[in-house]
Design a protein around this ligand. Structure first.
Ligand code: FE2
Ligand code: FE2
Length: 236
């Protein structure tokens, strides 16, 4: 039988530190087919173009990064855009500034998913709204993925327990909150990642005074669709 510690390691894996020769540090957490990387890129440092079998999605959490996917280069500022590098599409990044950049990257390779991207590989904000009173959420959407930036207000702000058929992964990027997955509770702080498989129940509460912020990812999209589904002629 699995102990509580074993379960925590599944839902909230302990990050492994990867240190690169160019000074980039990455904290890696993995569950199943998905790896979450939190990367610290020193000033004036390049991440050389490379490609791999996994799709890679990323977002800047702080600082500014010059990101190249295929032959498209864009400046990415914190939480305003995301990129998708589909399988085998080369990608690389340059921190041209005097400040360290913190970025989140997610690598995934699941047999039954098709990793589409916009023609220029970059996603802009799809929509911002209140998911619940006081809980502002911002969405980035592509056919197979939805990214939701969420703020949980302090002093007891809550995401009530629920479950759904979508896989859900998230990372705390500001403040802190208690996250519970299948009965295991962890005090989320900057960089903590959680992983929920379909139908695993989860919820969060922010007991601190400060608002918290997280990046949450759904496979497939839960709240939004990137394109309206075509209705077949024989359907009423
Ligand atoms: Fe990569
Ligand atoms: Fe959820």
């Amino acid at each position: 039988m699995k102990t509580e510690q074993d379960l925590k390691e599944i839902y909230f894996p302990t990050p492994k530190l990867i240190e690169w020769e160019n000074g980039v540090r990455q904290y890696s957490t993995v569950r199943g087919d998905t790896e979450v990387l939190m990367s610290y890129v020193p000033p004036h440092t390049n991440v050389e173009p490379h490609q791999h079998q996994e799709v890679q999605i990323g977002m800047v959490v702080s600082g500014e990064l010059s990101m190249t996917v295929g032959d498209v280069t864009k400046k990415m500022t914190a939480l305003e855009s995301a990129y998708i590098a589909p399988p085998h599409v080369p990608h690389g990044a340059r921190n041209e500034t005097d400040q360290e950049v913190i970025a989140i990257d997610i690598k995934r390779n699941k047999a039954d998913e098709t990793y589409t991207s916009p023609e220029d590989y970059f996603l802009n904000i799809f929509k911002t709204r209140d998911l619940m009173p006081g809980m502002e959420v911002t969405f980035f959407v592509e056919d197979w993925i939805e990214i939701m930036l969420a703020k949980i207000p302090g002093n007891g702000g809550e995401m009530p327990f629920h479950k759904h058929r979508n896989e859900q992964i998230g990372i705390c990027i500001g403040g802190g909150y208690d996250m519970t997955v299948e009965g295991c509770t962890v005090d989320m702080t900057f960089g903590t990642a959680y992983f929920c498989e379909p139908r695993e129940d989860h919820g969060a509460i922010n007991r601190s005074e400060k608002e918290s912020q997280s990046i949450n990812i759904f496979f497939p999209p839960r709240y939004n669709r990137s394109k309206t589904k075509k209705v077949k002629a024989d359907e009423s």
